[in-house]
Unconditional design. Structure first.
Length: 228
């Protein structure tokens, strides 16, 4: 092989080696890590008013049928007179009841204590006058000028009754023993009879119905009968 051919071969080999090295370089280089995402900025939690330990639950007597109006008036008057921070919750105790209308169960709400409203408030002479002089309020229950607050157990009983009937509504109608009732649903529809036994746990009645001249006991749901 001539010197010219040797030199050309060497140059070709060197050039190929350099090109191979250059092409391999990126594979050997460590990849730069992706920039870390900034942690999400937490939104500020909504302000929660502190519970006033000096507040108690009081009962006020109102005109029957105006409980909701009184609730609205109490809220607006407390803000107007600057006592909004001294009045907490205003509760009108209700319970869910069910009745049968056109063979369909219909649920509605019924006042547990018609004419009464529960107010959570920090009692003092000035606030007493503001509440007492609210339109359609006749006064506080449990003391003329120094009403006694409800105990925690009394309040919890009312709240529990509301929650319990929301899950399992009570029958709207109530019945007494020996009361004459009319059956409005089931195989004995339009029969009349007398209530012989009441099971309030199951909301059922045992009614004595006259069939072929004989008093026959029939167990019925509260919703299957109505008062005469």
């Amino acid at each position: 092989m001539s010197d010219l051919e040797n030199n050309t071969a060497e140059e070709t080999a060197e050039t190929g080696g350099e090109m191979a090295a250059e092409s391999a370089a990126p594979e050997g280089m460590a990849e730069e890590p992706a920039p870390a995402e900034a942690p999400p900025v937490a939104e500020p939690a909504p302000a929660v008013l502190p519970v006033n330990p000096n507040m108690g639950w009081y009962i006020i007597h109102t005109y029957s049928g105006f409980e909701n109006k009184v609730k609205e008036s109490l809220r607006s008057r407390s803000e107007a007179f600057g006592y909004a921070d001294k009045i907490g919750e205003i509760l009108i105790p209700t319970e869910d009841v069910v009745e049968l209308r056109a063979s369909k169960k219909v649920t509605s709400k019924r006042l547990i204590y018609p004419g009464y409203v529960l107010v959570q408030m920090e009692m003092n002479d000035e606030l007493w006058h503001v509440v007492k002089n609210t339109p359609r309020v006749t006064g506080f229950v449990g003391g003329a000028n120094t009403p006694t607050p409800l105990s925690a157990d009394e309040v919890n009983q009312i709240l529990y009754r509301q929650a319990a009937t929301a899950e399992h509504p009570k029958p709207k109608m109530t019945f007494g023993k020996s009361e004459t009732v009319k059956i409005v649903d089931g195989p004995f529809t339009n029969f009349t009879g007398k209530v012989d036994e009441i099971n309030t746990d199951r909301n059922t009645l045992r009614v004595l119905v006259t069939i072929f001249g004989r008093a026959t006991p029939v167990e019925l749901d509260f919703l299957q009968v109505e008062k005469m």
